[in-house]
Design a protein around this ligand. Structure first.
Ligand SMILES: O=C(O)/C=C/C(=O)CC(=O)C(=O)O
Length: 254
């Protein structure tokens, strides 16, 4: 893997990645049979229909935050957590064709709002549902992560190995940065096989196990989309036979 030449706040470049990711997602939805909507996704308690409805409502939510930034107003993504859950539940049972139309229309609305966002508004500090605060220019990357992660969650053939290099490179660094300060995560030193880059996660003191692998495999584990069995893990300098038993199980991000 070569270092991707893209910055997460290069909104035009990231919006191109979002458009490509959305197109791949819509191709998957177009191939769905109606009965697959009600089948389980890879996320606990969510059917594939829940994942698809969530993707449309997330586009609405991020559009609202972007429009708020244009007006210098810190808009919440959702009216409440209950409203978020209701919106997802209400849309979950729709057939693939309706899900696709909703995802396409809301993605286009987000893209239009982004195109209309000017320089100063991109610098406006927004508040994400996660509680994180960052400039509005990070919103397109947030949307990219939603689409890439949840496409995998549909369990319809799109896998972490299908994530584009540009997404994997930066998302791994972003997520590792978040986990670096996590007290509840035991220390793990991640080593990217392609580049030798290292990230230490887990804020607790003490010796770290090392986990080495392809950037995509490291991200899949860090994002809660794989159990880490694809990684080479050492503890106390010795190789671990069953990495998934040693590595902490991490929650599904996004
Ligand atoms: O990136 C995160 O930590 C959290 C992402 C979200 O909360 C996204 C949603 O689940 C949503 O927009 O509803």
């Amino acid at each position: 893997m070569t270092a991707p030449r893209i910055r997460t706040d290069d909104t035009a470049a990231v919006l191109d990645l979002v458009e490509d990711a959305t197109r791949r997602l819509l191709d998957t939805v177009a191939a769905m049979r109606p009965d697959q909507v009600g089948e389980p996704s890879l996320l606990p308690d969510w059917t594939r229909g829940h994942v698809l409805a969530h993707l449309a409502r997330n586009a609405d939510a991020l559009t609202g935050v972007l429009e708020g930034a244009q007006e210098g107003r810190a808009a919440a993504m959702y009216a409440s957590e209950e409203a978020r859950a209701q919106g997802i539940a209400d849309g979950a049972g729709r057939p693939p064709r309706d899900q696709a139309a909703d995802i396409e229309a809301t993605a286009e609305r987000f893209a239009r709002a982004a195109r209309e966002t000017g320089g100063a508004a991109w610098g406006f500090e927004v508040v994400h549902r996660s509680g994180a605060r960052f400039p509005a220019s990070a919103l397109p990357w947030k949307r990219l992560a939603e689409v890439e992660y949840h496409h995998v969650d549909l369990d319809l053939g799109y896998r972490p190995k299908d994530w584009p290099e540009e997404f994997v490179g930066h998302e791994l660094a972003l997520l590792a940065g978040r986990f670096a300060v996590a007290e509840e995560v035991p220390p793990v030193l991640l080593r990217v096989a392609e580049t030798g880059a290292e990230f230490r996660i887990g804020a607790a003191a003490g010796p770290a196990v090392t986990a080495e692998g392809a950037a995509g495999d490291l991200l899949a584990w860090l994002a809660g989309r794989a159990d880490g069995s694809a990684l080479i893990v050492h503890r106390g300098g010795r190789p671990v036979a069953e990495p998934a038993r040693v590595l902490p199980a991490l929650p599904a991000m996004a």
